[in-house]
Design a protein around this ligand. Sequence first.
Ligand code: GLY
Length: 356
Amino acid sequence: MSLNPITRRRFLTAASGLLAGLPFASHLRVYSPANRLARGKYSITAIASRNGLEAIQLAYKLISDGKDPLDAVIAGVTLVEDDPEDDSVGYGGLPNEDGVVELDAAVMHGPSHKAGAVAALRNIRNPSKVARLVMETTDHVLLVGKGALRFARAHGFKEQDLLTDKARKAWLKWKQSLSPRDDWLTPPEEDQQTGAASLLDRHTGTIHCASINSSGDISCATTTSGLSYKIPGRVGDSPIIGAGLYVDNDVGSCGSTGRGEANLQNLCSFHAVELMRGGMSPKDAGLEVLRRVASHTREERLLDDRGRPDFGLKFYLLGKDGSYAGVSMWAPARFAVADRKGARLEDCACLYDRDN
Ligand code: GLY
């Protein structure tokens, strides 16, 4: 697997940080009889949302070196949380309507069937690491807001302003363009260059990353700055176990990106894994949960002129046997996968196409 020089530097930095003493999940490893019988049978695979190509390269390398899949996926998503250019996750994420970055994240460890999550966390750039500590050091699953921040501080996380100049300018344009009837004047050059509609565009970018090791142990993480310009305190699907991610170590995993509200109303990741338990392939299970979301979407404001959900939602599914799929409400869409053939982007299976 070849890496460009920047990727390689970040990759090595992240790998050495991990080796230098970040906690490993090995003490959580629980070998069920099924796993004991199966050790060594499985092919190492990592999947992620499209923005996770570097993340899966790192995750794949770490698992190949014998690290626990949870260590690997958290190291992978940390690359994206730290990246100021990714405006949907961690440092550089787009803020809420007040201009404050609020982050959500969850992790799930297949062998122990334990999970941890944080929501509406401010000032801490790596919410996935805090989520992991919720899982490993408390009797809880989800901490939110000020409590999550106090917990992170207690574990030595440093606070910082997560709003980059780029994200602040995007937020300011959104605010200035919201309404012609408020006191914020729309910058005229913005109207000319991009059109007022695109200034109002909001997104729900996120990274999900999942992996399986040669023993068949699966773990995953989902981390996000959530819906851009959201109402302060809004929590999406990402930190909700069964929605933003879910693992059953005997079956597989599923995680999401896209419109969190649609996923929250349907608990899609749990549903998808249950469909896989019933024998469906990752692709068929993913498409089936998208069909369920579509059939449950009834508000006119959320439908296009043909009655189809007018929003994006994607799932990334990994089967116990290393089978995998990315599925999307709308084409075109891609996802990232790494296995013995290398790391690459592949096309998602899509429910709808605007051209058809
Ligand atoms: N799927 C990310 C969110 O809705 O917050």
